[in-house]
Write a protein that binds this ligand. Structure first.
Ligand code: GDD
Ligand code: MG
Length: 348
């Protein structure tokens, strides 16, 4: 079974982290984020992943390689221009990569939904496309799906207006698709699968199956942090299986006199000095936290240095290689550009 993963989005809401790295390559706890998706589909019978990565294939290939040990092989599909959420399927099919039933997956999710159940349901109903459905509190930023008890879809509304919302079930961004559906996608231009393809399949072989389980879009710093804790605490099923945290990467050094909370990630080569406090925060590789410094609820990209006694307030995102000098105070919710230097004793 093949799975096509859509990973061509910009990841703008995770800036400045995504300025130096494509979002799928961004480390989440112990591996590049997209690895969780590759591992997940691998657990459900996928042996080849087609990575539809817009035009950023190279950075992703470097982070991920051409296969996952014991898991799927990976081929990279590059678009000359962004082709939307359906165009890459057409491109892959035209290259002979989608001649059998396949999975299509939105590549910005962390989830453990039961894709095997989705495939069984697809087989049983004889659907042409089966959507994984998941309940959410507010469907307005998703694809709303109305359906019969049998799973037959009655309506697909992408980003519905509040007045149109009459169910809590949305498309979870994982689909089983028959190859002939790709014929509905015009070649050579951007096409939205949600706006141009699914509506045409309503009453014509489109089904949905509600799946309960863990499901989260990691597109914002808050959700990126929450996803990290959920991995550490085993709330989502991954190969890591709940270590209870904190996660310390290879070569990470934490002083015995530092306070690193259970909800913390200190990745490879990062160092936390004596008297420092790290709570609900992620330090990506090679960060330096000086003596007595405090980092709360924040994400520090690779190589960030926080000087002695400096404080990083909750909800901040600090770009690669930035330096916060001794005693400086970064106010909550700050965004600091890669390489920026915050002078000693200054508050920003
Ligand atoms: N290769 C490629 N090319 N990928 C793309 C492109 C493109 O031009 N545009 C978007 N993608 C990828 C994004 O990287 C993301 O992984 C996925 O397609 C979905 O795009 P988003 O921009 O994240 O859409 P969304 O989150 O607003 O809505 C989608 O996901 C929801 C579930 O999270 C829709 O599929 C909704 O119906 C769905 O409910
Ligand atoms: Mg999304």
């Amino acid at each position: 079974m093949r799975a096509l993963m859509l990973v061509g989005g910009e990841g703008t809401r995770l800036r400045p982290l995504t300025l130096s790295q494509p979002k799928p390559a961004l480390a989440l706890v112990d591996r590049p984020f997209i690895r969780y998706l590759v591992d997940w589909v691998g657990r459900h019978g996928v042996d080849e992943v087609i990575m539809a990565c817009g035009f950023k294939a190279e950075g992703l290939r470097r982070a991920l390689g051409d296969s996952v040990p014991g898991g799927p092989s990976i081929v990279y599909l590059e678009e000359d221009e962004p082709l939307g959420t359906a165009g890459p399927l057409r491109l892959a099919a035209d290259r002979g990569l989608l001649d059998e039933r396949f999975l299509a997956i939105n590549g910005d999710l962390l989830t453990d939904l039961d894709l095997s159940a989705l495939q069984r349901s697809h087989e049983e109903t004889g659907a042409r496309t089966t959507l994984a459905l998941h309940p959410v509190a507010d469907p307005s930023s998703y694809g709303l799906v109305r359906r019969r008890r049998s799973g037959e879809v009655l309506g697909f509304l992408e980003k519905p207006d509040p007045a149109e919302i009459d169910t809590d079930e949305v498309s979870a961004g994982a689909y089983v698709i028959e190859p002939d559906v790709v014929d509905l996608i015009p070649p050579g231009r951007p096409v939205s699968i949600e706006r141009e393809v699914f509506p045409r399949l309503v009453g014509n072989g489109l089904y949905g199956l509600r799946l309960d389980g863990y499901w989260m879009d990691i597109g914002t710093p808050e959700r990126y942090l929450q996803a990290s804790w959920d991995i550490l605490e085993g709330t989502v099923e991954t190969e890591l299986d709940g270590t209870g945290g904190p996660y310390l990467g290879p070569g990470a050094e934490v002083s015995d006199d530092a306070a690193v909370a259970a909800r913390a990630v200190v990745r490879a080569g990062s160092r936390v000095a004596e008297g420092a406090v790290v709570s609900e925060s992620v330090l990506l590789d090679d960060c330096r936290i000086g003596a007595g410094a405090e980092v709360h609820g924040s994400i520090l990209a690779r190589g960030v240095e926080v000087g002695e006694g400096a404080t990083i307030g909750a909800g901040s995102v600090i770009g690669e290689g930035a330096r916060v000098e001794s005693g400086a105070v970064v106010e909550p919710g700050a965004r600091i550009a890669p390489g920026e230097v915050i002078e000693p004793e200054v508050a920003v």
